[in-house]
Write a protein that binds this ligand. Structure first.
Ligand code: HEC
Ligand code: HEC
Length: 436
């Protein structure tokens, strides 16, 4: 199945002719300091030198395409993301909300929101066990008699805040080997304490194939097509060929309330929504952030010192500053998608390793990663942080200080170093975080 059907706008610089280079970033990468990065590979033995360029991914909250889709195709994909689903279109019978945009709205379409969804289940002392119908408890129903409830005896209950999808096309194009390399370096960087876990998850669009999960609080999906199909079904109750089984109400079939046949829709909307997310620009730094090639102001000096404190205390071991996407043409997602020109060989700054960690905040839920992931969460990407008002997976922290101080577990030594920062250093670190 070939999903890479988008038309591409003319890229600023043709990266097709470029050579592949190991795109694994160092943790000490200095984000934002170069508009583009030139890597000189000295292939001395072969007697020639190849120059490869990796462009910075475009950033901005202007709501415009990053170049992956033409403006016309982008508008069509955005319309799908905004589309309010109705019962005749397959909404429900049980569901959480009526459009992707309903939960992915700030600061522009595709972003985060304060909407949370609920999960629940059982812990038997060893394993997490799904309740009938699965751990997701849909909040709404097209008929009051079939509304799902958190089972009264559930001893695991969790809220999940809506994540931003902005810039996720770049995240999708991170080569799996870059994540494996980060995971294998973390123990050395932390006296064995920090051990990011990657999980191989099924690709809905490539039956029998797996890739490393990068999306969702639990890294439950590897591709945007998989996540999109999952969201149509789990958030809106719309089944598609990629995710054909209907949600239930606490395990009870709600089929008699369906007004359209199964699957409710074709894959068309799923692919459009995925291509919309692939077209979003990466979250920008805030105005006033230090700029490459410009002398810093006094305040920008403080921000740079704060960034240094972020790295020196060890935040950057998990909140990886920079990545480079795989080169254009690289097959990913089980071979169903070729990294497009607009998204290939791009440097971007998500401040996440996209790996799972136990930092003491785990919610006890197991999704696609197996029991070892029960109390782990994906390192939250810190790009876009200044636009969020609540923090952590359940929105339970209302200040950055609180969100950071609550890191224990694998992060305990880093949190200790954070707590030992002088008031001035702490303030600089906050200034830096507030530019993301
Ligand atoms: C009821 C609110 C709601 C609706 C509707 C919704 N989402 Fe989400 N979305 C969430 C929440 C909550 C998460 C985090 C879920 C988790 O990981 O447990 C999320 C996460 C995601 C992610 C992962 C982002 C990342 O970087 O990890 C993607 C992609 C996504 N949603 C796409 C969609 C698409 C496409 C639609 C429409 C088909 C949609 N969502 C509809 C609430 C919603
Ligand atoms: C061991 C890996 C690890 C280290 C080290 C680490 N973090 Fe985190 N960070 C995480 C994980 C995992 C989460 C998600 C926790 C949750 O949501 O419950 C997170 C969440 C956050 C959040 C909340 C973001 C949001 O939008 O919800 C902030 C802010 C943050 N970290 C900042 C820092 C800072 C600053 C440091 C250094 C002092 C640091 N982290 C060190 C793994 C780490």
């Amino acid at each position: 199945m070939q999903h890479n059907t988008a038309h591409h706008a003319e890229p600023a610089l043709n990266v097709d002719r470029e050579m592949a280079t190991d795109s694994t970033p160092g943790n000490k990468a200095c984000p934002g300091s170069r508009p583009w990065l030139a890597t000189i590979l000295g292939l001395g033995a072969l007697g020639f030198t190849v120059t490869t360029y990796s462009l910075e991914a475009p950033t901005g909250y202007d709501g415009l395409s990053n170049g992956f889709l033409t403006p016309t195709d982008y508008q069509q994909a955005l319309d799908e993301f905004r589309l309010v689903q109705t019962i005749p279109m397959g909404l429900g019978p049980v569901f959480n909300d009526v459009s992707c945009k309903a939960c992915h709205t700030g600061p522009v379409d595709g972003g985060h929101s304060q909407v949370s969804v609920q999960r629940a289940g059982y812990f038997d002392g060893v394993n997490f066990i799904d309740p009938p119908g699965g751990s997701l408890i849909p909040a709404r129903a097209i008929d009051p008699s079939i509304r799902a409830r958190v089972p009264r005896d559930a001893n695991v209950r969790a809220l999940r805040m809506s994540l931003s999808t902005l810039g996720d096309g770049y995240v999708e194009a991170i080569p799996d080997r870059a994540l494996i390399k980060i995971a294998s370096n973390q123990p050395k960087q932390s006296k064995g304490l920090i051990k990011g876990q990657y999980v191989l998850v099924d690709l809905l669009e490539a039956p029998g194939k797996q890739a490393i999960g990068k999306f969702g609080w639990k890294d439950q999906h590897a591709s945007l097509v998989s996540f999109s199909a999952d969201a149509y079904r789990n958030e809106m109750g719309i089944t598609t060929p990629l995710f054909p089984t209907e949600l239930t109400s606490n395990g009870r079939s709600v089929d008699r309330f369906e007004t359209v046949g199964q699957p409710n829709d074709s894959d068309h909307g799923v692919l459009l929504a995925a291509n919309f997310m692939r077209s979003t620009k990466a979250p920008p730094r805030t105005p006033g952030s230090p700029e490459p090639k410009k002398p810093p102001t006094a305040r920008q000096d403080d921000i740079k010192l704060g960034e240094r404190a972020f790295e020196s205390t060890g935040c950057g071991i998990c909140h990886t500053a920079s990545f480079v996407t795989a080169p254009a043409g690289t097959p990913i997602n089980g071979g169903t998608y070729l990294v497009p020109v607009a998204l290939g060989s791009r440097t971007f700054h998500p401040y996440s390793d996209f790996l799972l960690h136990d930092v003491g905040t785990g919610d006890g839920i197991v999704q696609n990663g197996g029991q070892s992931t029960r109390n782990k969460l994906r390192t939250t990407p810190l790009w876009g942080l200044s636009k969020r008002r609540t923090f952590l997976h359940d929105g339970s922290a209302t200040t950055l200080q609180d969100a950071i101080n609550r890191h224990t577990g694998e992060a305990i030594q880093v949190t200790g170093a954070f707590k030992r920062l002088s008031p001035q250093e702490n303030q600089n670190l906050m200034r830096f975080l507030n530019t993301l």
